[in-house]
Design a protein around this ligand. Structure first.
Ligand SMILES: [Zn+2]
Length: 425
């Protein structure tokens, strides 16, 4: 199957070179695109081939999310917690751990489908997710994977293991991770954070990650409480603990947040191949502080932390926060926004090749050129300009409508699942 994008204005996502051209987009996980060339006449089109008129539209590589939590989908608009949290630990205890313990597979499926629709309508065609549902662990990752597959977006998933709910739940998390990764699905060995992960679980996780040739996906020093706990219980700081356990030797590892790090921890990260993911809106929402990431610039990417599904919004938020923390420039925030593609490629995971594209209906008030593209990226282009989206050469969103699933049906089911969840809170 080939999708022909006729008269497109193509922006190369790495060089910003702009070409007015026809594009042929081949389908399949590793397939590519070719620029220019003629559009075949209707008599020469394959049965499934499509021609999309892109006159006046910009086309560029679609987006990817470095850290998401689909399990937060049904939290939107939920009743206030019985006790109002006053710090980060209480936010986890009274809000997130209260919710995730009540999730079942039906709710997880609805959350994943709704979240996947929001992602793809925002131009996001690859999601790295971190999932928690301590009393519905078995089958949770395959449920999410199937939902993402139905919508048509690619993924790396993990189950967020911890010791907060006892040994049985911990062992279920290890079993689910092993089963999921053994099935050939792409993902990580997920851990919540140092302060909820005991020595045995950490050691078991490293063994499991090595078995499946992947890395850990863990929240690191999101709040100062994580560091206090590590110092009090292990006599070292979080990254030092992870380093001593062997996590920094796993180059596919993703460390979320990394806000409260000492110079030694930064040095350890710099000397490793581990990737870091920045989620500034979540950090502001939880009032845990914000950090600069200049020391690990080449391996810092952006996520949403489950706050929303819009990576253009994450980039703009990180740009604004970055003015105070590190005097960030247009080029750096764009690199950080796009680093996730380098990460995905480094893991050898399929689904993020050149045939993942967004068609933008962006009608700027000033010229957009190779030299000023980044100004348009930071101050102009946002999710409402995403008109159509192609993932692995498949048209998932056409004229702002999802083609693969019935959006209305999915959201109706999600609302029913939301009510079911809220009744249990
Ligand atoms: Zn997170």
């Amino acid at each position: 199957m080939t999708i022909y994008l006729k008269d497109a204005t193509f922006i190369d996502w790495q060089s910003f070179e702009i070409s007015r051209t026809n594009l042929a987009v081949e389908s399949g996980p590793g397939a590519g695109i070719s620029l220019s060339g003629n559009i075949p006449g209707t008599e020469n089109l394959g049965a499934e081939d499509r021609i999309i008129d892109c006159k006046g539209k910009f086309v560029t590589k679609s987006f990817a999310c470095g850290h998401h939590h689909i399990y937060s989908t049904l939290a939107r608009g939920m009743p206030a917690p019985r006790t109002i949290p006053t710090n980060f630990s209480e936010i986890l205890e009274y809000v997130w751990w209260h919710i995730d313990k009540r999730l079942d597979l039906e709710m997880i499926e609805a959350s994943a489908l709704a979240s996947a629709i929001y992602c793809v309508k925002n131009g996001v065609t690859f999601v790295i997710d971190h999932h928690a549902s301590p009393f519905a662990i078995e089958g949770s990752l395959e449920t999410i994977a199937n939902a993402f597959d139905r919508v048509g977006i690619s993924h790396m998933l993990c189950y967020e293991m911890s010791d907060r709910d006892g040994a049985e739940v911990r062992e279920q998390g290890l079993a689910e991770t092993d089963t999921f990764l053994s099935s050939g699905r792409a993902g990580h060995v997920g851990l919540h954070a140092s302060f909820t992960v005991g020595e045995k679980l950490l050691a078991d996780s490293i063994v499991l990650a090595k078995k499946h040739q992947t890395g850990l996906h863990i929240h690191v020093a999101e709040d100062k409480a994580d560091q206090k706990h590590a110092e009090a219980n292990f006599g070292k700081r979080v990254v030092e603990r992870l380093s001593d356990a062997g996590a920094l030797e796993l180059n596919k590892s993703i460390f979320g947040h990394c806000i409260h790090l000492s110079p030694n921890e930064l040095q350890l990260l710099q000397n490793s191949g581990v990737w870091v993911v920045q989620n500034v809106e979540s950090n502001q929402n939880n009032n845990v502080g914000v950090a600069g990431y200049g020391e690990i610039a080449d391996r810092t990417m952006l996520g949403t932390d489950g706050m929303h599904c819009d990576m253009l919004r994450s980039a703009k938020a990180a740009f604004l926060v970055g003015q105070a923390t590190e005097g960030i420039g247009f080029d750096t925030i764009y690199e950080r926004f796009r680093n996730v593609h380098h990460y995905i490629r480094s893991t050898g995971t399929a689904g993020d090749a050149d045939n993942n594209l967004v068609i933008l209906d962006y009608d700027p008030p000033t010229d957009l050129t190779r030299d000023n593209f980044l100004g348009h990226f930071v101050y102009g282009i946002d999710a409402r300009h995403v008109e159509s989206v192609i993932s692995m050469g498949r048209l998932l969103v056409e004229d702002r409508k999802i083609t693969t699933v019935d959006e209305k049906e999915v959201l109706t089911q999600a609302r029913a699942m939301g009510r079911k969840l809220w009744d249990k809170l």
